[in-house]
Design a protein around this ligand. Structure first.
Ligand code: PRX
Length: 695
């Protein structure tokens, strides 16, 4: 079944060049966050009552299913897919793949020829099976007391109205639609409406700046942009419409004219009357959408038709448009959600992620809704009006599965146990973590204080590119180790390779790759298949390379050690150092910039920027502020550097390459670990930088 006919083997010259490019980007495996021996030995056994009721009650059951998923992927995933509605079944070949760049172009396909629709499977299918009156979404507003909910029937009606409105405004199958919305119910509604009519949504996190939004508009040329006038996060009001106006005018100047800007009036944040308006382009959601019929025929699509684009940061260049297709993503997000959270129909599920990131796609919207779950969607920030807000929400909706990021765990841990323990939290039964390695201390606090030592934690390792969980505990099935993502999900074959790409067995530490495809894998980078192949498949031919380092302990548990490329993970947000550097050098007084990640108590990592000013410019606090502002306006506030380090010069090799290794050591003040600096073109630069470290 596997092994598709090779197409266009790439030339050996190109192969060599992609190998070289990628090899240069890799850096030494970080030793930070390496678990100490005692963590390896610390087993937390599953609770017997929990295991007995779990979908996967034992390691043995997991092993049986895992073995089958690897030996017979076609049979295994066909069975998973059979729980969903297919208007026409896929062809004889369940999947085809080539992950080996030395043998031809990279190609992954699952369920090709199958005809389906993910919106139909999320909504209509669940309604037909008798769940129409079940709550699909509980929405909790920024202000306590502001809430709303939609049943599956109501959600379908809202989705259909919007889908009809989009169609009327010219959106057709295959067109892209940019969604720039905060966590209102209208965000999942917009995603589902696009999916219903076969349009390709591209959600842009509403914390991105106008420049970032403009860049994405220019890249994917949407027919429509969906937004709202403003949002309130905590006490802060953010005028999103102004940001969209600026992005749309910028994209127009670049020849990309978006005809329609559908704007939801979020009156709790800002009145309609004060919103700037362009009559010929802007439409108020509330004026337009409710007029349409609550019924909308489904556009049936191929399993391999695109579902969405999501831009993410890489170690070089502009953000990449990660493309996911319909069938494989649908089956994979549904199955991972069910097993990794031990989901049951009586659960109430809350994931704190924003739909602007992959976690919000796969595990706020699609995965849970495909399972007919009740999902809590929260508009605000976790510590507003006080650090107990999360547990207030948990008690209010009787949340049973709570999925969040280590950065939030650490910040709540810092705020003190009393904000947690004054709430009951007795509804909770499974906890989840995602976005960065969770350090054992935070893990234990999450387990003991939030979960009262009762709830297993699913520490899910995955990526925008993987679509769904790759390495994750299955609650109740095996003992946990605080800080370890444990074992691979069904159908996933993680391998740890050394610098030469050689697979290592047993206890080892190296680069995390994946052998063979899985249904949720991304298929390409939008408009740039070559970059897809170069970035992910050339460093270690034959494998998908994740960009992460990983250690496997003596019991076979996986411990993620962080990125090994120039990607920084700030509060679980993925940021490319190159993007921040380019934002800094766009400042007229910045001649050169080099950015590194430094460990941060709450954020995991923070951004540390070395900046060389243009000749004649002197150091000032105002200039530092304006440099930070440059990053905020070019990318977004979440990417703002924590530290600007004045750098009269940067440590470079004689060939002009910046030695980031040295900068990392200076930034983290590990000055006795600078290593050999004699190969630098000007070794005295290092002393200058050290002298300026605390200025
Ligand atoms: O470094 C890994 C880290 O987040 C990266 C992926 O980021 P992104 O595509 O934005 O997706 C985040 C949500 C899936 C990975 O390369 N990462 C994610 N989950 C974990 C993690 N690192 C350690 N443990 C995790 N559970």
């Amino acid at each position: 079944v596997v092994g598709r006919t090779r197409i266009n083997p790439i030339s050996s010259n190109r192969f060599r060049s992609v190998m070289i490019t990628t090899a240069h980007r890799l850096r030494q495996l970080p030793s930070r966050r390496k678990a100490v021996a005692s963590d390896d030995d610390h087993l937390i056994l599953p609770d017997q009552d929990f295991s007995q009721q779990a979908h996967i009650p034992s390691f043995q059951k997991y092993q049986e299913m895992y073995k089958r998923s690897i030996q017979d992927p076609a049979g295994f995933w066909s069975q998973m897919a059979s729980h969903f509605y297919w208007k026409k079944k896929w062809g004889q070949q369940v999947y085809s793949q080539n992950l080996d760049i030395t043998k031809g172009n990279i190609n992954i396909e699952w369920f090709k020829g199958g005809i389906t629709n993910i919106c139909y499977n999320c909504l209509d299918r669940n309604i037909e099976s008798g769940n129409g009156e079940k709550i699909a979404i509980h929405w909790e507003g920024n202000e306590p007391g502001f809430d709303d909910s939609l049943t599956y029937n109501q959600l379908l009606e809202r989705v259909c109205q919007l889908a009809n409105c989009l169609k009327e405004n010219g959106v057709k199958k295959g067109d892209s639609v940019i969604i720039y919305l905060p966590m209102l119910m209208e965000l999942p509604i917009s995603m589902l409406a696009c999916a219903r009519i076969g349009a390709v949504h591209s959600v842009v996190f509403a914390g991105f700046s106008a420049e970032s939004l403009e860049q994405r508009i220019i890249d994917c040329k949407p027919k429509i942009v969906i937004t709202c006038n403003a949002v309130k996060r905590g006490t802060k009001v953010i005028n999103l419409k102004d940001i969209v106006d600026s992005a749309l005018s910028g994209s127009s100047q670049n020849g990309i004219h978006v005809g329609v800007c559908l704007t939801y009036a979020n009156e709790s944040a800002m009145k309609r009357e004060v919103t700037k308006w362009q009559k010929e382009r802007d439409i108020w959601w509330q004026d337009a959408v409710p007029k349409y019929s609550t019924k909308c025929d489904v556009e049936w699509v191929d399993g391999e038709d695109p579902l969405f684009l999501l831009y993410t940061s890489g170690s070089t260049g502009k953000p990449k448009g990660v493309l996911h297709t319909t069938g494989g993503y649908m089956i994979y997000t549904a199955a991972t959600f069910k097993y990794a959270f031990d989901y049951k129909p009586s659960d109430i599920y809350w994931c704190t992620a924003d739909c602007g990131w992959i976690t919000g796609h796969s595990y706020v919207s699609y995965g849970p809704l495909l399972n007919g779950a009740t999902v809590v969607v929260y508009e605000g920030v976790p510590n507003y009006p006080d650090p107990g807000r999360c547990w207030d929400i948990v008690d209010k909706y009787k949340v049973t599965i709570f999925y969040t990021a280590p950065t939030l765990v650490r910040s709540l841990m810092r705020d003190g146990n009393e904000h947690v323990t004054r709430y009951s939290r007795k509804s909770l039964r499974v906890l989840g973590s995602v976005g960065e390695p969770i350090n054992p201390t935070a893990w234990r606090w999450f387990f003991n204080v939030v979960g009262d030592a009762r709830c297993p934690i699913s520490d899910t390792w995955w990526q925008t590119e993987t679509g769904g969980f790759m390495i994750t505990p299955l609650p109740g099935a095996w003992p946990q180790k605080p800080g370890s993502a444990t074992f691979p999900f069904f159908g996933v074959q993680p391998v740890i390779v050394d610098e030469k790409g050689k697979e290592m067995e047993g206890e080892c530490s190296g680069y995390l790759c994946v052998k063979n495809s899985w249904p949720g894998a991304f298929r390409t980078l939008f408009g740039d298949h070559e970059r897809y192949e170069t970035t992910y498949f050339s460093a270690f031919p034959g494998y998908y390379f994740s960009g992460d380092g990983c250690r496997r302990d003596k019991d076979g548990y996986h411990w993620l050690t962080g990125r090994v490329d120039d990607v920084i993970n700030v509060s679980g947000h993925r940021i490319g150092t190159a993007e921040v550097e380019s934002a800094l050098v766009s400042h007229p007084k910045c001649a050169e910039a080099a950015v590194v990640g430094v460990e941060h108590e709450v954020k995991g990592q923070c951004i540390y920027a070395f900046v060389t000013p243009v000749k004649g410019v002197t150091y000032s606090e105002d200039l530092k502020k304006s440099l930070v502002l440059s990053v905020r306006t070019n990318i977004g506030a979440f990417a703002a550097p924590d530290k600007i380090h004045w750098a009269p010069g940067l440590p470079k090799t004689r060939s002009g390459k910046i030695m980031r290794r040295i900068l990392r050591k200076i930034a983290s003040r590990q000055l006795d670990e600078l290593g050999d600096t004699s190969t630098l073109a000007d070794p005295s630069v290092v002393d200058q930088l050290i002298a300026l470290a605390d200025s």
